[in-house]
Ligand binder design. Structure first.
Ligand code: NAG
Ligand code: NAG
Ligand code: NAG
Ligand code: NAG
Ligand code: NAG
Ligand code: NAG
Ligand code: NAG
Ligand code: NAG
Ligand code: NAG
Ligand code: NAG
Length: 751
């Protein structure tokens, strides 16, 4: 058994200084026909960092300088795709040959050790191939995303004569095998092992290479044709590159702080930053409508002239006008756009009724025949096109899209920016609903992060794809969207748009970056001051009160919980997933099987009546308030049975006047006795068994607001002031039966 030498490769110049250089004037831009655009560069002070520094050899070949432990190596660069963040390099084929009973292994193999370099083997573009008979080939590597070493491999066998070896173009385990590689692979070494000692096949090969460049031929199995067909023993491999070792957010933040070595690379106007998917670092890209080099300052990204391209950017018969960042299709004078058939066309402004009767007669007689012929011909073509548009339009109509559309045009003049997105737009925004863009799974569906173009540049949004919706609600959907689109409150996640042309509509929300309140409290991220807790409670209460008072009948949230309260950059609360009732079944039969809301937060009265009211939200808010005050989860399945429900524990503790046992230490040390008494009393009232005895959301918001002012008057409560909770007088209203569910409240997404 032969084992390749460990091919750890060490970059020679890794003193990766954070110092950040723009390309000095006079840097060569090309080498051997390959564009060497910044952040890549040839020569000193020409590249973004040492990892991007290339050499242009005397034979006019661009090379990346690397080295094995033993000796220096240079890897030939075949091409660079700046916007996709990829470079192609030549990768040597590893081979194992048998020469007269002796085995000879060619070790002229160099890979990349990118642990200190900005490169990773692309898992999308490459696969690990083995070519030969009766061998197992392994790839032994490391990836930034996995702590353990990676070992993958495949087996290739041969039997019979030439005619039984697979087919051209099919690498299926006979004479050839292949395997995908894990994401983020940064270094690897290949290993080939024969299955049988007496095989008379001369050579076997293994290589990690660009899958699109590999095509198996039956002759490869038993000859060295694969090696001979390669470029002097090398084949292309695709590397992903990334700038720096930080995320976009971190890099932006650091560069905005002077004196901290800011080196944010997306310098061009009309550029944006994308976090690398397969490891640390980020990439820059040009905003939609622009192309060029986003890494160059000022105007590296240049406007694309859509109208200059051959395949028209506008439908036939329309006039194309280019403007920075986009283009505009309009109709010639005397015509207007029409969208009746779902396809944009230009239509004459002239209307039949405006013509004199005699003219109509002339046109009617002479044109009639022609119209009949033309219409028969075009009917067939139209029908096919129509069938496709019809499916989309029927969904659109089903969801009340037409009504919504009309209303929107009216309200747009009032400054409403609600947008109806097409399916394609949202697919594009989320990279085809790629799993890597999933922000979370909620009770009602999956939430994706996406980037949509808007009038003020690219906009990061959260797109919610719902799981199911009941028939009745479908019809109401457009109207409900209209109401929700008008909701505008700083503590409510803004609904920016929706997509109606799919079976189940998708919703587009503003993106809120800092996670959920649930994670803030239970994520172990450190202590939260009592003032912050009170502020978040106040903001949440205000937004719910706003929802309840916004329309008639009131908009109910229906699923108030800490994981539906999101936090923005400055940790301001933003309530999300409101109007959940719209997306949930509403008739009795379905209600029996699908209880809305989340265990631990559910209004006990709702469980009996199946009637969601404003007071159900008040109850759930009470539980959130408890989470803020105690730092405990609403359901704790680990504990004794009677202690599983936080609300039941709290009510029992209040009754027995030992509420201090479950209050958070910070709350006890930072808040005065008086304040704690007030707020626990409020929570108790919210949790009243009988909905009509609970305060309204408006009252709750006012009372929490009042307590916040109280806290400001006594900002520095000392230890002596710490409340003696035995003294707290708690008068209990009802005595809730403790409610228990065998479910957890944690698996929710927020939106
Ligand atoms: C890659 O290089 C780093 C130092 O640059 C070294 O610590 C690491 O062990 C190397 N990895 C492999 C797999 O050789
Ligand atoms: C990121 O890179 C800089 C310099 O390039 C280095 O100082 C820093 O330690 C690196 N951080 C991490 C987390 O690797
Ligand atoms: C590269 O930049 C450094 C610092 O800015 C400077 O000292 C050095 O002379 C430059 N080298 C060349 C070849 O321009
Ligand atoms: C940059 O934008 C181009 C064109 O829109 C796209 O093809 C490419 O995948 C984007 N690159 C990244 C890293 O998102
Ligand atoms: C192995 O290397 C030797 C010399 O280094 C060369 O002659 C031979 O063709 C190589 N064989 C294969 C299959 O790579
Ligand atoms: C290959 O084997 C098959 C069946 O074993 C036989 O029919 C065929 O003639 C053989 N072809 C050659 C070229 O030997
Ligand atoms: C396979 O491809 C090679 C080279 O392209 C060709 O010579 C050969 O005839 C092909 N074999 C089959 C069975 O198509
Ligand atoms: C082929 O590779 C060998 C070493 O791997 C090198 O010495 C030789 O110059 C290369 N030949 C060509 C034509 O590139
Ligand atoms: C498109 O161009 C027409 C004619 O120049 C202009 O009236 C219209 O406002 C433009 N629309 C947009 C969205 O720029
Ligand atoms: C035209 O109508 C179709 C559906 O009827 C819609 O999807 C499309 O967005 C409309 N286009 C414009 C420009 O309004």
């Amino acid at each position: 058994m032969l084992r390749f030498v460990s091919l750890a490769v060490v970059a020679l110049q890794l003193a990766a200084t954070a110092a950040f250089a723009l390309p000095a004037p006079g840097c060569p831009r090309k080498c051997g026909g390959v564009d060497m655009e910044y952040p890549f560069g040839i020569g000193p002070n020409c590249s973004f960092s040492d990892g991007f520094s290339l050499e242009c050899d005397v034979d006019d070949t661009p090379r990346l300088r690397l080295g094995t432990v033993a000796k220096e190596q240079k890897v030939e660069v075949l091409g660079v795709d700046l916007l996709k963040g990829k470079i192609r390099t030549a990768n040597p084929i590893a081979s194992q040959c048998r020469l007269q009973e002796k085995r000879l292994v060619n070790t002229s193999w160099a890979g990349l050790n990118a642990t200190a370099l900005p490169y990773r083997f692309s898992d999308e573009d490459n696969r690990f191939f083995a070519v030969g008979c009766n061998v197992i080939a392994f790839l032994d590597g490391t990836a930034s995303s996995f702590d353990d070493p990676i070992l993958i491999g495949c087996m290739s066998t041969c039997f019979g004569n030439e005619s039984s070896i697979g087919r051209n173009g099919s690498c299926s385990g006979i004479g050839c095998c292949e395997t995908p590689i894990p994401r983020g692979l940064s270094s690897y070494s290949p290993d080939i092992r024969p299955l049988q000692a007496d095989d008379n096949k001369r050579c076997s090969y293994a290589v990690l290479m660009e899958a699109a460049s590999f095509r198996f031929e039956t002759a490869y199995a038993r000859t060295d044709k694969f090696y001979r067909n390669s470029n002097n023993g090398t084949v292309p491999v695709v590397l992903n590159f990334a700038v720096g070792n930080e995320t976009c957010k971190e890099a932006q933040m650091r560069s905005s702080q002077p004196g901290r070595g800011g080196s944010y690379a997306c310098l061009s106007a009309h550029s944006f930053c994308v976090d690398a998917l397969d490891g640390p670092g980020y990439l820059c890209n040009c905003s939609s409508g622009y192309a060029g080099n986003p890494y160059l300052p000022d105007n590296g990204c240049k406007d694309i002239d859509e109208c200059a391209t051959r395949n028209h950017a506008c439908p036939d018969g329309m006039i194309c006008t280019n403007f920075p960042g986009g283009h505009n299709c309009s109709c010639p004078q005397g015509e207007h756009t029409s969208n009746k058939t779902g396809v944009l066309i230009c239509e004459s402004n002239l209307k039949r009724s405006s013509l004199p009767v005699s003219v109509i007669t002339v046109i009617g007689v002479s044109g009639g025949l022609a119209i009949v012929v033309v219409s028969i011909l075009s009917t067939y073509l139209m029908r096919q096109r129509k069938a496709l548009a019809d499916a989309k339009r029927s969904y659109f109509k089903q969801h009340g899209g037409l009504l919504l559309y009309e209303e929107l045009i009216r309200s747009r003049q009032l400054g409403n920016t609600f947008t109806i997105y097409t399916e394609e737009q949202l697919e594009q925004a989320t990279d085809g609903f790629n799993d890597s863009n999933i922000l979370g799974h909620g009770g009602h569906g999956t939430v994706y992060k996406g980037i949509v173009p808007s009038s003020s540049g690219d906009l990061v949004v959260a797109i919610k794809r719902c799981k199911l919706m009941d028939e009745r609600n479908k019809k109401e959907f457009g109207r409900e969207m209209l109401i929700l689109s008008q909701i505008n409150h700083k503590n409510i996640v803004k609904l920016l748009g929706c997509c109606l042309e799919v079976d189940i509509p998708m919703l587009v929300y503003e993106f809120v970056p800092n996670g959920t309140l649930y994670h803030l409290i239970h994520g172990g991220g450190g202590a939260i001051s009592f003032a912050t807790r009170l502020r978040i409670a106040h903001e949440s209460a205000e937004s719910l009160a706003y929802l309840h008072s916004f329309a008639s009948p009131p908009i109910l949230h229906g699923d108030v919980k800490s994981s539906n309260i999101l936090l923005d950059e400055s940790f301001m609360a933003k309530v999300s997933d409101f109007g959940a009732s719209i997306l949930a079944p509403n008739d009795e039969a379905q209600m029996m099987t699908m209880v809305q809301g989340t265990c631990g937060y559910l209004d006990p009265e709702y469980m009996q009546t199946c009637q969601l009211t404003e007071k159900s939200d008040v109850y759930s808010f009470g539980v959130v308030l408890l989470e803020l005050l105690t730092g405990k989860r609403p359901l704790c399945l680990a504990g004794p049975e009677e202690g599983r429900s936080l609300s039941a524990r709290f009510v029992a503790a209040m009754r027995e006047k030992r509420v201090d046992e479950i209050l958070d230490e910070h709350a006890k040390s930072e808040a005065s006795c008086e304040l704690l008494e007030e707020i626990t009393q409020l929570a108790l009232e919210c949790l009243h068994m009988c909905g009509s005895d609970r305060p309204s959301m408006k009252e709750v918001a006012e009372r929490v607001g009042g307590l916040r002012k109280l806290l400001h008057h006594h900002p520095w409560t000392t230890m002596q002031d710490t409340v003696e909770l035995e003294e707290v007088r708690c008068l209990l209203g009802g005595s809730p039966e403790s409610m228990r569910f065998e479910m957890d409240a944690t698996s929710s997404s927020g939106y």
